[in-house]
Structures are given as structure tokens and as C-alpha cells.
Design a binder for this molecule. Sequence first.
Ligand SMILES: C[S@@+](CC[C@H](N)C(=O)[O-])C[C@H]1O[C@@H](n2cnc3c(N)ncnc32)[C@H](O)[C@@H]1O
Length: 216
Amino acid sequence: MKQLFDGVYEKNGTLLTLNARPGQRAYTEKLVNVGNKEYREWIPSKSKLGAAIKNGLKTFPFTRASAVLYLGSSTGTTPSHISDIVTDGTVFCVEFAERVMREFLHLAEQRKNLVPILADARKPQDYAWVGSVDVVYEDVAQPDLVEIGIRNAERFLKDGGCLMVAIKSQSIDVTEKPGVTYKACERKLRDAGYKVVETIILEPYEKDHAMIVARK
Ligand SMILES: C[S@@+](CC[C@H](N)C(=O)[O-])C[C@H]1O[C@@H](n2cnc3c(N)ncnc32)[C@H](O)[C@@H]1O
């Protein structure tokens, strides 16, 4: 087994995180025993962060003690893996759809470092109590997703912290080529004062998606 990043492993091509809740799954992942430890398979076709790692992501800002603001947590597939990694930290998870939030609450009951926030990520003033974070991770599939990410990063992200934005090009402009849309998103981030560190295309796991990593 190879360690790729803090808390992220790979065995025979399968990504793994150490299961913070042994015996329990968060979605349809397999549980894998290595030595006397239990890991969870991180399925890249179900998690854009997993896809970015498989496709060679170099910047991995999550550590054991990180505070993370996660925008668009849905039922918690990717947040569950971040929860495995930031064992001494906190993942503040913002989601505005009540139905998926109800499902997410079951996961958050089991994993105490996941903090559910039922709110619109366009209104960071509604969860101003979150305080400063090391990472803002965003996966909201909205036309104004870059603006939403910047608004949150301006309010919560520490200087030098990372803003990671999953771009769904079809949500931004269905008529434009994805590569052109990714460049336009990078430009918006630079214009707002962020340094674009890398952009990872997420195919074949996610069609017409990329992950942009920027630093404040
Ligand atoms: C692609 S899914 C996220 C999947 C999740 N990030 C994962 O990898 O496990 C996008 C989620 O963003 C949520 N969302 C979209 N716009 C939002 C907004 N303005 N505020 C909060 N959540 C939003 C949607 O309800 C949906 O659950």
C-alpha cells in the first residue's frame, strides 16, 4: 500500500482512506482490511476529489487538523472521505436541499467532525459563525459557482489557504467548449486576487468537469 497524501492511500490502483467509523460505510464503497486496519474505498466516479487525485492532483491541502468549509455537501460522499482525513479537524458542510440534508444528518451523527449547515452558499452571512478555515471546497454545479466560491473564501479562508472549485462546464455555459469555460473560471479567480495553482480535468470519471485549485 502506498501513501499518496496525509490520510490518503492507494492499493492495487484503488484509492483508500482509513475508516474513522470501522464497520460502517457512507455510500456504496467497499471496506478493505489491510493489516489490522480498515480502509474505505474512495470511488473516483462518485467523488470529484477522488477523481482529481486519480488524475494526478498535486496540491492536497487537507491535513489531520484542517478546518474545511465544504459547499454543496449533498448526502456526504466526498465529505465522508475528508472526515476520515481531518481526524482532529472540522468539516463545515453547507447544503441547501432539505431532502439530501436529511440523509446527510445520519452521516453527521456518526462522524462528529462533520458539521451540517442547512443554508444557501450564496449567503455566507447566514453561517458567519463558522470562523476562519484552511480550505474552502466547493461543488455546487451552479452558473455562478466561481463567484460563490470567492465570496465564501473572502469571508472564511485564511491567507495562504486553498480554494478548490469543482467546475461543471455545462452548468456555466452549455454552448461553450469546456476548456474555454475552465480558462474563464481561472481568469475570474486571478482577477479576484487568487493564484491558480493547478487545474485537473476529471475525465473519464466526470464528463466536462475540472477541479481548479487556487491559493488566497
Ligand atoms: C454535485 S452535488 C455535490 C456532491 C458532493 N460534493 C460529493 O462529492 O459528495 C451538488 C450539491 O450542491 C448543492 N447546492 C447547489 N447549489 C447550492 C447552494 N447555492 N447552496 C448550498 N448547496 C447548493 C445541491 O443541492 C447538491 O446537493
